[in-house]
Design a protein around this ligand. Structure first.
Ligand code: 8OZ
Length: 382
């Protein structure tokens, strides 16, 4: 919009961008504001991305940005059967085929960097040891193993508390994964998984962090690991290629904080100094209600805290949004909208949103694990 047109309209409500308008997120020049949210699909045997995964992501390349499924930065960071990793040569080679396919189809793709912390099982850990966590508190949640080809939901194993002297190694694993993601696998950037009750969220939240050292207790201490990881990654690949996902009140994977507003206001004020490409906020319960009566949270205040502290990254919102809610989010000042489940069954979601539908329904039975069925066989519009 020209400056003069903008002035003419300034007495009315400022006009919101459309979902289909381009936007800059740090160094990422995005063709539109529709984002593929990270979706775990458990189709990477031995943690190695496959040609089928390359096809799946390339089918969705008309999104302004694709965020991969959560991807383990180390074997210790792995918590589910057949999720991909980013710490071995074959894994990086597999991802390279994915990024080449997406770029060939005109898309942009970042990889979500994941350490599950306590949400794991001894069967998935190095030498069958216990999963690691801020404190030795078992998460009341389940993970998925695959036995004889059949997915099996099992309770997570009791974790051991990390020693403070192990934390630099974890920060280093994140940094190495980020560097290899951009430098070797060809990703446009990375998203730090700071949400949904995994390691970084476990450190943030009082329900899972009872440490008495510099990484537990006060808000500043609980946020320390997440901020150290973020600084290490931005130092390696640049803030403009780094995003982060947060979920202030989700109960996913037994996440709980007694007072999330000041905690997350602090976190985003600190992140504001790192020139990130974007902040990705899950509003409410991941995959569930957008508002939780027992866990109120002011997302507008969170965004204001970030902007007041100088944060210029794109503001991405997510969780249960349809076209109307997504447009409302943009009108309320979000820059990007991430769609999860709608993207499972609608590879050409951007075009379908433009036309107002129709939308395919996803088959839950094929969300996790399996092959092409329920993965790459959903039709695009003619
Ligand atoms: C569904 C199943 C397994 C993992 C998340 C990475 O919630 C996940 C996940 C989702 O962030």
């Amino acid at each position: 919009m020209s400056a003069s047109l903008h002035r003419q309209k300034s007495s009315a409500a400022p006009c919101a961008p459309s979902l289909f308008d381009p936007v800059q997120a740090g160094e990422l020049a995005l063709a539109n504001r529709v984002v593929l949210a990270p979706l775990t699909r458990n189709r990477a045997p031995d943690a190695i991305p496959t040609a089928l995964m390359a096809e799946y992501y390339a089918q969705r390349a008309s999104a302004g940005l694709l965020i991969t499924e959560a991807t383990a930065i180390s074997q210790q960071g792995q918590g589910y059967a057949d999720v991909p990793g980013l710490y071995g040569t074959e894994q990086l080679d597999g991802w390279k085929k994915v990024t080449q396919a997406v770029h060939g189809a005109g898309g942009k793709i970042v990889v979500q960097l994941w350490h599950v912390g306590r949400v794991s099982h001894t069967d998935l850990q190095p030498d069958g040891g216990p999963p690691v966590a801020p404190s030795a508190l078992t998460a009341n949640t389940k993970t998925v193993l695959i036995k004889d080809g059949v997915p099996l939901f099992v309770p997570t194993s009791a974790p051991r508390a990390l020693h403070a002297d192990e934390l630099p190694g974890i920060v280093h694993s994140y940094q190495t994964a980020a560097r290899n993601a951009v430098g070797t696998a060809g990703f446009d950037g990375v998203e730090i998984h700071g949400a949904n009750g995994y390691l970084l969220d476990q450190f943030l939240k009082s329900g899972s962090n009872q440490r008495g050292d510099d990484y537990g207790g006060s808000i500043e201490n609980r946020a320390r690991l997440l901020l150290e990881v973020t600084r290490a990654i931005t130092g390696a690949v640049g803030g403009g290629r780094t995003g982060i996902r947060l979920s202030p009140v989700t109960p996913a994977n037994d996440a709980f904080d007694a007072d999330p507003q000041p905690l997350f206001d602090y976190v985003v004020r600190q992140l504001a100094t790192l020139n990130l490409a974007y902040l990705h906020i899950i509003e409410g319960a991941t995959g569930g209600p957008r508002e939780l009566a027992e866990r109120p949270f002011d997302y507008a205040a969170l965004k204001a805290a970030y902007r007041q502290a100088g944060g210029q990254g794109a503001w991405m919102v997510n969780n249960g949004l349809d076209k109307t809610l997504a447009e409302q989010a943009l009108a309320d000042g979000a820059d990007l909208v991430a769609f999860g489940r709608p993207y499972i069954a609608n590879p050409d979601l951007v075009e379908r949103l433009k036309r107002g539908g129709p939308f395919n329904e996803g088959n839950r039975a094929t969300y996790y694990g399996g092959g092409a069925e329920g993965y790459t066989d959903y039709p695009a519009l003619a």
